[in-house]
Design a protein around this ligand. Structure first.
Ligand code: SPD
Length: 427
């Protein structure tokens, strides 16, 4: 039976879950399979989805190879569609079965476009398809995408395909990608932590808002913050005597030291003591009234960071703050994690008192929705708007800050109506 194309529908069972969840490895295997079959590659696009799965397609001059994976079921569904008689799709099949370490493959070959069912018409006879294809000389365009996704929203960024760092610690997957638009990017469990291009927005707002408004912060406790960005901002203050940083995962520190020299530049500074430990336990076991400032720079409320959002933890933070001390922490996106945002706000008001809790926003392009919130809770008289604009701006200029100024500081506390409504602060 003569046909225009051969379409092999494939199911691979018992594959390696690790491989099926690794977008770069999948992309390479699909490209290699196409090359093994002597196809001409036009372009490719691959996406990783959190928490699991990869989708992708390699467009070849002779049609396409497509895949979707379910690592949690060790299963991959693959389409291999080739036109013409030269390419053998079964070569690609064998290559992929080996690459995914599949225990079993099941497949069916369909003949697409049976010629006895088709009637050829006089279409563009002056330039038939074969001649045109020979003239096209395709250049291969590669697309590999990282996707930070939850149930309702996904944000994708294109990267160069290679993983610069890829370690699975006892707690989480720590990875560094090289993206086209935002430079190097640190991701934990497929959630964007920071990128070279926009990390300043986050770290400057988390650190300088409390540092510029606390009258004399000397002893500081930093929870999480393994990439080092928060410590880098704190170290700028000569008045700071001691920073104790408690990070649970040394792999995050390692990834940053290897790939983010600017972010990690404070590591090794004599005022900074890095303790690899669980911040929740550290605070629970700490003496009372020790710190002027506590900063919590963790991930989203899942995995090892979940306990950093609990009432019990925040009660302990309140206890370890000196009278007059300030707590400042990232409090998620009001758009994408409104529940956590509201609960965090209520929790602080219950612990510190309604008038002592101040919410502010900053623009972080690579976090879901781009609008990110922080909370400032004061155990005493410190107020976030008590800054000296001239001193603040001199500091910002001296340190060549990228985002933070006195105007940005003040403006950050001007909340949109819908955010005020969420936290019961609408006048
Ligand atoms: N959705 C991601 C929130 C991550 C907040 N912390 C990032 C750590 C940067 N130091």
């Amino acid at each position: 039976m003569s046909a225009l194309g051969r379409h092999v529908l494939v199911e691979f069972f018992g594959c390696s879950s690790e491989i099926l969840n690794e977008v770069s490895t999948i992309e390479k295997a699909m490209i290699q399979a196409a090359e093994d079959a002597e196809a001409t590659i036009i372009n490719s696009t691959f996406h990783h989805f959190s928490p699991y799965g990869v989708s992708g397609v390699v467009v070849i001059q002779e049609s396409h190879l497509a895949i979707h994976t379910w690592p949690e079921f060790q299963y991959a569904a693959v389409d291999i569609f080739t036109c013409g008689d030269i390419i053998n799709p079964w070569v690609a099949y064998d290559a992929l079965k080996a690459a995914f370490e599949a225990k079993q493959g099941s497949s069916i070959e369909l003949r697409r476009g049976q010629t006895d069912l088709l009637e050829r018409v006089d279409f563009n006879l002056n330039q038939d398809r074969a001649t045109k294809e020979a003239e096209l000389k395709p250049t291969y365009k590669r697309e590999v995408w990282f996707t930070d996704r939850d149930d309702n929203i996904a944000l994708s960024i294109r990267h160069k395909g290679e993983l610069l760092y890829n370690e699975t610690s006892a707690y989480q997957k720590v990875r560094v990608y090289d993206t086209y638009e935002f430079g190097k990017m640190l991701a934990i469990d497929n959630i964007v932590m920071c990128t070279e291009k926009d990390e300043h927005n986050y770290h400057e707002m988390l650190i300088h808002v409390p540092m510029q408004s606390h009258p004399n912060p000397k002893n500081i406790l930093l929870i999480g913050a393994g990439d080092g960005g928060s410590a880098r901002e704190l170290i700028r203050y000569e008045s700071v005597e001691k920073i104790t940083q408690v990070e649970i995962d040394e792999k995050v520190v390692e990834a940053s030291k290897l790939h983010f020299p600017d972010l990690s530049s404070a590591y090794g500074h004599p005022k900074l003591e890095l303790i690899i430990n669980d911040g929740i336990k550290f605070v629970a076991n700490s003496s009372s009234e020790v710190y002027d400032l506590v900063i919590i720079d963790g991930s989203d409320p899942q995995g090892p960071a979940e306990g950093l959002f609990s009432t019990e933890f925040f009660k302990n933070v309140h206890r370890v703050l000196r009278p007059g001390g300030v707590l400042c922490f990232q409090s998620e996106s009001p758009h994408c994690n409104g529940k956590a945002f509201i609960e965090l706000n209520q929790c602080q008001k219950d612990i510190f008192g309604k008038e002592k809790v101040h919410t502010y926003l900053a623009y972080i392009p690579m976090y879901p929705s781009g609008v990110w919130s922080f909370m400032y809770a004061s155990k005493g008289e410190a107020h976030p708007l008590n800054i000296n604009d001239s001193t603040t701006n001199t500091f910002a200029r001296k340190h060549r800050l990228r985002y933070y100024t006195a105007d940005i500081h003040r403006a950050a506390f001007a909340l949109p109506t819908y955010v005020k409504e969420m936290i019961g602060e609408r006048e």
